[in-house]
Each structure stands twice: as C-alpha cells, then as structure tokens.
Design a protein around this ligand. Structure first.
Ligand SMILES: [Zn+2]
Length: 214
C-alpha cells in the first residue's frame, strides 16, 4: 500500500520546489483503497456513508471508557464538516450498529487497518468483499491496551486511537504519511489536523465507488 503512495508523494514534493517558504505538506492525503483487479488493473475505491445512512450508529462495549471515547470521537469528526456531511450517534444495541467498538486484540484478517500508539493500539476491520466490492456493515473496531489502565498516557491514547479508528470507519481507508495527522499509522496528535479535515471533506465530496449492501 505504501508503494502506491510514492508517486503521489513525489508529486507533492515536486510541486513544492522553487517555493522555499511553503511548508512541504500537501493539504490532504490519499484516503482511497487501491484494489488489484483480476485483469491486472487497479480499482480505486472511495467510500463515504450516504446521507440516507446518517446519523451513523455506533455501539461501544462498556469497558475502558469506550462509550465516552466513542462519543467524543463522533463529536470530533462531526466538527470537521461544515454542512453535516457526517453525523453519528451512539446506540444501545450492537445489533443496530454500523460500527461496533470493542476492547481487545483484533483477529488476523486480510482487510484490517492497524494503528499503534505508544500506550494502546487499534484496528478497524473494513467489511468489504474484494470481489463484489460490496460493503456489508458493521465495521468492527478493536481497541487494546499496551499498558495497564491508569498508566499515564493510556486515557489519552484510548481517546485519540478511538477517534483514529472512527476515521477509518468514516471512509478514510489509508494512513497519512505525516505524524502531525490523526490518521498517521502511529497516531500521536489528539485531534484531526487541517489535512485530516481536508481529507475527510474530500472523501465526502467524492463519488463513492463502493456499494453498501443495504
Ligand atoms: Zn489506522
């Protein structure tokens, strides 16, 4: 996946040449999935929840403060959109949920986006059929501790990791190459950057090429 990012990064580098005052940062990053096809080509897969599916329904296991972290994550992402392109709400029944957040290690799966901050780690299972390109919710988010609960930094880590994983469930299916972004693979920052915001907004203003199963 990182190999495919390279041309884009080189382009960003090239366009910045000659303007030494400009920071060497593009205003967004690649968020779409690149799926090899049977014919040897590549499908570029973009996804955003359609308005008819909003508010997105999120359920969190009642442990590690996950309901609070998920509530905060919803507010964090909603605040990135000017026109309510994304909205979410907590639900009390996991059977009703589009996104299920649980504590523990993620099972080994093919389409798993993993991230690891220092004190905890997260993973999001993207429920996409690689052949039909149909997405069947719910997304499963796994949040796991690497240090004991109560250790300094764990609470912050759970908070930013839950927000990071919800970013994946929103449709940001890749990691930012920049550590200043919440969607960096080893997230450090506690809130989305301007680049995260621009990327999320681009995702919600790009025609989706992944079909929802309902
Ligand atoms: Zn991630």
């Amino acid at each position: 996946m990182m190999r495919r990012l390279l041309p884009w990064m080189l382009l960003a580098l090239a366009t910045s040449c000659g303007d030494s005052a400009a920071p060497l940062r593009a205003d967004s990053y690649e968020w779409r999935l690149f799926e090899p096809t049977a014919e040897g080509g590549t499908d570029t897969l973009a996804f955003a929840w359609p308005g008819s599916s909003l508010p997105l329904r999120i359920w969190a296991q009642d442990t590690l403060g996950l309901p609070n972290h998920a509530t905060a994550a919803i507010q964090t992402w909603q605040a990135q959109f000017l026109y309510g392109e994304f909205r979410g709400e907590m639900v009390s029944d996991s059977l009703d949920a589009d996104v299920i957040v649980v504590a523990g290690q993620a099972p080994a799966k093919i389409r798993l986006l993993r991230s690891m901050a220092r004190e905890c780690e997260g993973a999001t299972d993207v429920p996409l059929d690689p052949v039909t390109l149909i997405l069947t919710p719910p997304f499963h988010v796994f949040i796991d501790l690497r240090f004991a609960e109560g250790t300094p930094g764990v609470e912050t880590c759970l908070n930013l990791t839950t927000a990071h994983e919800l970013g994946h469930a929103l449709g940001i299916f890749q990691h930012s190459p920049d550590p200043d972004d919440l969607m960096y693979s080893d997230p450090i920052v506690t809130a989305p950057s301007a680049r995260d915001r621009n990327t999320a907004e681009r995702a919600y203003h790009t025609p989706t090429t992944i079909q929802l199963s309902r």
